[in-house]
Design a binder for this molecule. Structure first.
Ligand SMILES: Cc1cc2nc3c(=O)[nH]c(=O)nc-3n(C[C@H](O)[C@H](O)[C@H](O)COP(=O)(O)O)c2cc1C
Length: 340
């Protein structure tokens, strides 16, 4: 069944207002708009990927929470829903990352996003198979290393982002231009982008596309718990904290578990004690099962910008119509100044 929810199908007038984008990122992926939905573990399965790709962005499956056989099924489900481009995200820190990468190659997935880990390990083989490879980085050194490994683009993900984040805690507004200056491949900005203002800002910083996570997690289509989605919608500016800095820094919405982890870290708890508090499967508990006190509610600072649950179509509409409005506002600022 083809997904019918194409964005902007509803009005010729609306389409008129939507700019046509041409960046190295839209060219690389063969998409209409330089908007990529982050491959979020526990959130990004075909239910989200299909409408995003159908809307003209790039939907990305989050294989970080899938077994190889589940990934197999998810790729098939995306292909049944859309003929448009989509990607698969594989966190390289997973012990079975080689198997997930193998599934991508066997199924001739065209675009693979790798994150964490060393991009030099799989990039040459993926490239040999003609696959477009993108690596997620959180500092300039990683970006340069990824470019050297032969990736086609990097996602520069700032400290504002949801889920696992970089140890150096560099914010998106300073990270993106430094990565842009350091590499010659296209850069996709991520972390803290949830509306047209962030979209325009990221492009102003030199990015040629944006990767958006938290905003897409709080959509009607995302196949995760409504309690988790509502936690994002309810979240205010200071709702998120970074826990488990000494293990794997992770941005979550503050709850009883996050408080307990923070207290333990302040007491100087070491890895074994933190692991004991953390236990197993906490992200799944919050995101899939909606256990908001016991689970890790992974989300970015951009949760503060997410004020309602929206359809994917409306998120695209907000970004694209908003893009024009923001540009007009910026233009107005210049004109007012020069008229003085
Ligand atoms: C619940 C959740 C799970 C995530 N899982 C992954 C993952 O498995 N692999 C990955 O590369 N990024 C992951 N991310 C990061 C997103 O792909 C994206 O880069 C990030 O959310 C962007 O920041 P934003 O949340 O402010 O939009 C995750 C983010 C969230 C919120």
């Amino acid at each position: 069944m083809r997904h019918s929810g194409r964005a902007f199908r509803s009005g010729r007038e609306m389409t008129k207002k939507i700019p046509k984008f041409k960046t190295r990122v839209t060219e690389l992926f063969g998409i209409e708009y330089p908007i990529i939905q982050g491959g979020m573990s526990w959130v990004a399965d075909h239910h989200l990927v299909v409408p995003v790709s159908e809307a003209g962005g790039l939907g990305v499956l989050g294989a970080g929470s899938m077994s190889p056989s589940q990934l197999h099924g998810e790729v098939a489900a995306v292909r049944a829903g859309t003929s448009k481009p989509f990607g698969v995200n594989v966190p390289l820190t997973r012990s079975d990352a080689p198997k997930l990468i193998r599934v991508c190659m066997d199924l001739e997935v065209k675009i693979v996003f790798t994150s964490a880990g060393n991009p030099a390990v799989f990039t040459p083989e993926l490239k040999e198979k003609g696959i477009t490879v993108v690596h997620v980085v959180s500092n300039v050194r990683q970006a340069v290393r990824a470019e050297r490994a032969g990736v086609d683009a990097v996602v520069a993900e700032g400290f504002e982002a949801g889920g696992h984040i970089g140890r150096e805690e560099i914010g998106t507004i300073t990270l993106v231009p430094q990565v842009v200056d350091a590499v010659s491949i296209p850069v996709i900005a991520a972390g803290g982008i949830a509306d047209a203002r962030g979209f325009v800002a990221a492009l102003a910083l030199g990015a040629e596309g944006v990767q958006v996570g938290t905003r897409f997690a709080a959509t009607v289509e995302a196949n995760c718990s409504i309690y988790y989605k509502n936690a994002i919608v309810r979240a205010e500016d200071a709702a998120t904290v970074v826990v488990t800095r000494s293990l794997l820094p992770t941005r979550v919405i503050r709850n009883a578990l996050a408080e307990e982890l923070l207290r333990a870290e302040q007491r100087g708890a070491q890895e074994p004690q933190l692991r004991e508090i953390l236990g197993e499967g906490r992200a799944r508990m919050a995101i899939v099962d909606g256990e908001l006190a016991e689970g890790l509610i992974e989300a970015g600072q951009s949760a503060g910008l997410v004020k309602s649950l929206r359809t994917v179509e409306l998120v695209f509409q907000d970004f694209l119509e908003g893009y024009v409005k923001v540009l007009n506002r910026l233009q107005g600022l210049v004109e007012r100044r020069s008229a003085r």
